[in-house]
Design a protein. Structure first.
Length: 250
């Protein structure tokens, strides 16, 4: 079954949920200045699926279901824990599923203008090798990521973020990721989201990946948020991509 079709349960579940304008992240590839307040929690569940190009030899069709919690250590400092369950199927028919590598991320709002923009957010993360490397569910060592996001607003209703990230991999080449996100705020509850992301290739013989997506973010209540995005690869081994998530702040 197509990995993208697995987005359907999350979409349908959102239709039957009925949230304070939550400070949850609305973008997938960038970090924006949506922070939990001091001692506030954000919990959520997301599903991310991708289908490989038929010409790809090494890239699998994959799915990633992630439970996460984010906590406001300070009003401008948050820590996030991702607990993923991953599955994949290689072009040769080999497939597997199980717990992947957990990830801990720190996000720090170092500068924000009195109007809320522009702003700078350095962020760093490290993985915990909980996934089985022999089964292709995780890496043998710790993956460390450093990045910085710069964001601003156009005409008081279009929020945008440019995020540059460097990934230090333990067993393969390091990577550079660059992403640009736009949130078109149609109302206080509803926004259209467009994103593009460049990911440097780490497998010899494959092109670097550029993925473009479009979707929406919707606050069901002040605390409950639904996010849906779908798209595909412009270059590289990824053909189709989609992500859906629910988050709740308290």
């Amino acid at each position: 079954m197509s990995q993208i079709k697995r987005l359907l349960p999350l979409i349908l579940s959102g239709m039957f949920l009925s949230a304070v304008h939550a400070d949850s992240q609305r973008t997938n590839f960038t970090v924006e200045n949506q922070f939990p307040r001091w001692e506030q929690f954000e919990v959520g569940l997301s599903y991310e699926g991708s289908e490989a190009d038929t010409d790809s030899t090494f890239t699998p069709d994959s799915g990633r279901t992630t439970a996460f919690v984010r906590y406001g250590i300070l009003d401008n400092l948050a820590v996030k824990l991702d607990i993923p369950y991953v599955n994949y199927e290689l072009p040769n028919g080999i497939s597997n599923d199980g717990i992947g590598d957990m990830e801990v991320e720190f996000q720090l709002l170092t500068y924000e203008d009195i109007f809320g923009y522009p702003y700078f957010i350095p962020h760093a993360s490290f993985s915990i090798p909980t996934g089985d490397e022999d089964e292709g569910l995780g890496q043998d060592g710790i993956v460390v990521t450093f990045g910085v996001a710069y964001g601003s607003t156009i005409n008081d209703w279009i929020d945008w973020v440019l995020d540059a990230t460097y990934v230090v991999n333990p067993d393969v080449n390091d990577q550079i990721l660059v992403a640009n996100s736009y949130v078109w705020n149609i109302s206080e509850e509803f926004g259209l989201v467009t994103e593009i992301m460049y990911r440097e290739a780490i497998i010899e013989g494959e092109d670097s990946t550029v993925i473009a997506t479009g979707g929406f973010t919707y606050d069901w209540t002040e605390s409950l948020q639904l996010d849906i995005s779908v798209g595909g690869g412009l270059t590289g081994p990824t053909d189709a991509y989609g992500k859906a998530g629910l988050s709740y702040t308290f």
